[in-house]
Design a protein around this ligand. Structure first.
Ligand SMILES: Nc1ncnc2c1ncn2[C@@H]1O[C@H](COP(=O)(O)OP(=O)(O)OP(=O)(O)O)[C@@H](O)[C@H]1O
Length: 228
């Protein structure tokens, strides 16, 4: 379970403080949409949850462990194995085919190329982009690219997926496809840390999915809305 306890964050000492001591539990198996006016800190919250920024006070807890202000090597390890991140504009390496972008985090985490590629292809199939696995990013649409970015975030079987405005630049139909991929990720279950145990099916624990968004479509379909 991902949670924040008494969380505040400031980019500069003495500067504007965000979140005002926020406490919240992000329930596995559910999609939580984080919303609020521009500048309130939606993206920043995702970066704090993703252990890229350190809280000024309070903490981020993962399965009860205070990881938000843990030493850098611990945070890097947790990030690599437990957290997947989807950025607003899927920035895929233009020189590599889609499948290679998807499997990169798994190779970084030490998976064999064969297992990583099989997993990557299966994920692309699930989100309807399997036929584009061997194409370059310039040959796919924005909506497809964003679904590819979801696959990249999922490839290692993390228990937490954080998505920053993943539908921000998409039309309704493509937004629907991306949200469907993220919702499926929430209910799919997650790996306990190895290739053999990825995707436990709906009987598994379920993943925590947190989406920072203004998109009314996402807000309407999320399981829970956290307004900042
Ligand atoms: N790198 C940074 N350094 C200093 N201040 C920052 C930085 N990034 C964001 N901020 C400030 O922190 C506050 C929260 O920004 P953030 O981008 O998290 O808000 P948001 O709710 O996601 O906004 P939007 O809806 O416009 O994307 C804003 O006042 C912003 O100006």
């Amino acid at each position: 379970m991902l949670a924040v306890q008494g969380l505040s964050f400031a980019y500069r000492r003495g500067g504007e403080e965000l979140f005002g001591g926020l406490s919240h539990e992000f329930v596995p198996g559910r999609v939580t949409a984080v919303t609020g006016p521009s500048g309130r800190g939606k993206s920043t919250l995702l970066y704090v949850l993703g252990l890229m920024l350190t809280p000024s006070s309070g903490n981020v807890l993962l399965d009860g462990e205070p990881v938000g202000s843990a030493p850098d090597p611990v945070r890097s390890r947790v990030r690599a194995h437990r957290i997947g991140f989807v950025f607003q504009d899927a920035v895929l390496d233009p020189s590599r085919v889609v499948l290679d972008s998807v499997v990169e985090p798994a190779l970084y985490a030490g998976w064999s190329r064969r297992v990583a590629r099989a997993r990557g292809r299966a994920l692309l199939d699930q989100v309807g982009v399997g036929a584009r696995a061997d194409h370059r990013p310039g040959e796919i649409s924005g909506g497809q690219a964003q679904r590819v970015a979801v696959c990249r975030a999922l490839v290692t079987g993390p228990s937490v997926i954080l998505a920053d405005e993943p539908t921000g630049n998409l039309d309704r139909e493509n937004a629907q496809g991306v949200l469907a991929a993220l919702s499926a990720a929430a209910t799919d279950g997650h790996s306990a840390g190895g290739a053999d145990n990825v995707e436990r099916g709906p009987g598994g624990l379920g993943r925590t999915v947190v989406i920072a968004t203004h998109d009314p479509f996402v807000l309407e379909h999320a399981d829970e809305v956290l307004a900042l």
